[in-house]
Design a protein around this ligand. Structure first.
Ligand SMILES: *[C@@H]1O[C@H](CO)[C@@H](O)[C@H](O)[C@H]1NC(C)=O
Ligand SMILES: *[C@@H]1O[C@H](CO)[C@@H](O)[C@H](O)[C@H]1NC(C)=O
Ligand SMILES: *[C@@H]1O[C@H](CO)[C@@H](O)[C@H](O)[C@H]1NC(C)=O
Length: 156
């Protein structure tokens, strides 16, 4: 029992620390006809250190990182980065900022565009507070007085 408990503790500890890997679009991947606003709302918040993995059909789709204006306009003419090789692309959200991705094949207008806000990792939760000495004192006093009451009862 004890080793299992330890394992569970370790697992929950490591999963809260390690970065998450998100498959963009889940099983639908990076494809036309998926509403990525809905996908983002389902999976947010995103934190610095998380990874996005795009699975796409090479030759009919690509992953173009753009700025906000280009994202709004579906304009792929001035990309920050452009990924079109292979069938998948893994991208690390390595900075605290907004990231924008579109597809340059015309599907962006139907929603094949992704806006991600990478947030700072939340601070670790504060350690459990120790009982104050006043609490300890009143607890001790309560025990002492009930013991004294018992003694008094015995004597009567
Ligand atoms: C992306 O790169 C490929 C290969 O270099 C190029 O053919 C394509 O035009 C580029 N697309 C964009 C939107 O820059
Ligand atoms: C984040 O990754 C990009 C692309 O690899 C790189 O240009 C940039 O310098 C990185 N930023 C940090 C803070 O590591
Ligand atoms: C995606 O879904 C959001 C929220 O339901 C909606 O506001 C938006 O218009 C949709 N986008 C497209 C391209 O259908």
């Amino acid at each position: 029992m004890a080793p299992l408990l330890l394992l569970l503790l370790l697992l929950s500890f490591s999963s809260s620390l390690s970065a998450n890997k998100f498959t963009v679009g889940d099983q639908k991947g990076w494809n036309p006809g998926v509403n990525y606003t809905i996908w983002t709302n389902k999976h947010k918040p995103f934190y610095v250190g998380d990874w996005l993995v795009f699975y796409y059909q090479s030759g009919t789709a690509d992953v173009v990182q753009v700025d906000e204006t280009a994202y709004e306009k579906c304009d792929a003419s001035n990309p920050i980065r452009n990924y079109s090789k292979g069938r998948s692309y893994a991208f690390e959200l390595n900075e605290t900022k907004h990231y924008y991705f579109i597809c340059s094949y015309g599907y962006c207008y139907q929603g094949m565009k992704l806006a991600i806000n990478a947030q700072k990792l939340p601070p670790p939760s504060p350690p459990p507070s120790h009982p104050s000495s006043a609490t300890l004192f009143s607890a001790a006093a309560a025990i002492f007085s009930s013991a004294a009451a018992l003694v008094v009862l015995r004597l009567v």
